[in-house]
Design a protein around this ligand. Structure first.
Ligand code: ARG
Length: 460
């Protein structure tokens, strides 16, 4: 007979290569605390229902706590022979508590056990990611609050478009992260479901009490269908999907930080502690942190493709393919967390070059729309005003001038509606101040948005 916990029907021992191939312990050992927590709840429930005695439950709970301490202290050696964390814990419990440990697995399967472990783990990690997202929002809002009067070009197609406040630009990311928080909070409702008791796929013949286990573990509800409970991983797909969207937001911010810290833009300087040098070019100071966040977005999106493709077309119920769910999940958790942590620390170390940003607004005809708006205010239909302003721009380009450098007479050749107050009207500060439509870059709007965000984040 094989030595394995499942070895009863086997007469040959497992091929060594198969053992290595089959094992997930290197990856799923991370679940040991959840696994033990789940087993303790299972034991309590079984004692409560008279499936095992109170004395047996007490011995085994104490035994599991000892096992946890040993794993905490790195005293347990993980080996492929024991395949995964579930069998490793059960084997270690046997060594601590003796043969009574063989009762632990009554009325459950590794299939519902692993679903439980991952849900416990992910509930916890989702909550800590939500906390980290809020910390990062605080960093964004803190920087925004310092720049409610700092003007820079707003871009479309990476061409200068209209002036905006730097705070407004930062608050755009605040909004994106806010939705990321909402997505993770919403997904928690679906993670917070207790699958234990589904057993292998069909439920169990033992008189278990799933609600009791659910209450001990603090889950919101018990899962409904035993086959679904052990065989879907949509909560993992959903988490990685939300993480991918969040990383894509961070990658867009990264791209801007990289551009802005180039000599071509010169809008920001990232402090030495958050940049690195070149081994050959002595002058280099590279925005590696931002580049890595941008690059790691690829990993996370890759993880999403991995889990989706693994789950595609799997017949019900559990299939071993699903053991492949953990690497992409864990890698996503680790990657998202470190990216958020490093950005939260880097943000206070960004110096914003207000003057450079401001002077970048003087080239690129950021006031062309306002020139047209001026004419509209004087009765010209917008399309005609647009054409007149376009001609004025073309003329200014031919003269290598900005719009505000044209003389009044030159301007009048494009529309006789122009008066001397045009110069004030198309000045930078006026352009910002007039954008009072709700959600626009007007000074009051932006200050209000920053104040509201501070309130939301309890930032004073
Ligand atoms: N290591 C396995 C996994 O992560 C646990 C479940 C194994 N179940 C089984 N019947 N082989 O998927």
């Amino acid at each position: 007979m094989s030595e394995k916990l499942w070895g009863g029907r086997f007469s040959e021992s497992t091929d060594k290569l198969v053992e290595k191939f089959n094992a997930s312990i290197d990856v799923d050992k991370r679940l040991y605390a959840s696994d033990i927590q789940g087993s303790i709840a299972h034991l309590k429930m079984m004692a409560h229902e008279g499936i095992i005695t109170d004395a047996e439950a007490q011995t085994l709970v104490a035994g599991l706590e000892t096992v946890k301490g040993r794993i905490d202290r790195n005293e347990i050696e993980f080996s492929d022979t024991l395949e995964d964390i579930h069998m490793t814990v059960e084997d270690a419990l046997g060594k601590v508590s003796g043969t009574v440990a063989r009762k632990l697995h009554t009325g459950r399967s590794r299939n519902d056990q692993v679903a439980l472990d991952v849900r416990l783990y992910l509930k916890d990690e989702t909550q800590s990611i939500i906390g980290m997202l809020k910390d990062f929002q605080k960093a964004l809002v803190t920087l925004a609050a310092d720049h409610t009067r700092t003007v820079l070009p707003g871009y479309t197609h990476l061409q200068r478009a209209q002036p905006v406040l730097f705070a407004h630009h930062m608050m755009a990311y605040y909004e994106m992260i806010k939705r990321d928080v909402q997505r993770f909070e919403d997904s928690l409702v679906r993670v917070d479901v207790m699958p234990l008791g589904a057993a292998a796929l069909a439920g169990t013949t033992f008189p278990i009490n799933r609600q009791f286990t659910c209450d001990v573990l603090g889950f919101g509800k018990v899962s409904e269908n035993s086959m679904d409970s052990v065989s879907d991983r949509d909560f993992i797909m959903e988490f990685i999907s939300h993480a991918s969207i969040c990383m894509i937001h961070l990658s867009r911010l990264s791209e801007e930080l990289i551009l802005w810290s180039s000599s071509e833009f010169g809008f920001i300087t990232i402090s030495d502690a958050f940049t690195t040098g070149s081994s050959i070019m002595p002058q280099k100071k590279n925005p590696d942190v931002a580049e890595l966040v941008r690059g790691k977005t690829g990993r996370v999106v890759g993880n999403l493709m991995a889990i989706l493709t693994t789950m595609k077309s799997l017949p019900m119920a559990y299939n071993k393919d699903m053991q492949e769910d953990k690497e992409p999940l864990f890698d996503t958790v680790d990657t998202l967390k470190i990216c958020l942590e490093v950005y939260t620390r880097m943000f206070p170390n960004i110096t914003v070059h207000k003057e450079t940003m401001r002077s970048a607004c003087s080239r690129g005809f950021l006031n062309a729309t306002d020139f047209a708006d001026y004419l509209v205010n004087r009765g010209l239909p917008f399309r005609e005003a647009h054409a007149a302003a376009g001609k004025a721009v073309a003329f200014a380009i031919s003269q290598d001038k900005a719009l505000e450098d044209l003389t009044l007479d030159e301007m009048k050749t494009f529309s006789d509606l122009v008066d001397p107050d045009i110069y004030e009207f198309i000045s930078l500060d006026q352009m910002i101040a007039r954008r009072i439509s709700y959600g626009g870059t007007g000074y009051d709007n932006v200050s209000r948005a920053v104040d509201q965000a501070k309130e939301e984040l309890n930032l004073t």
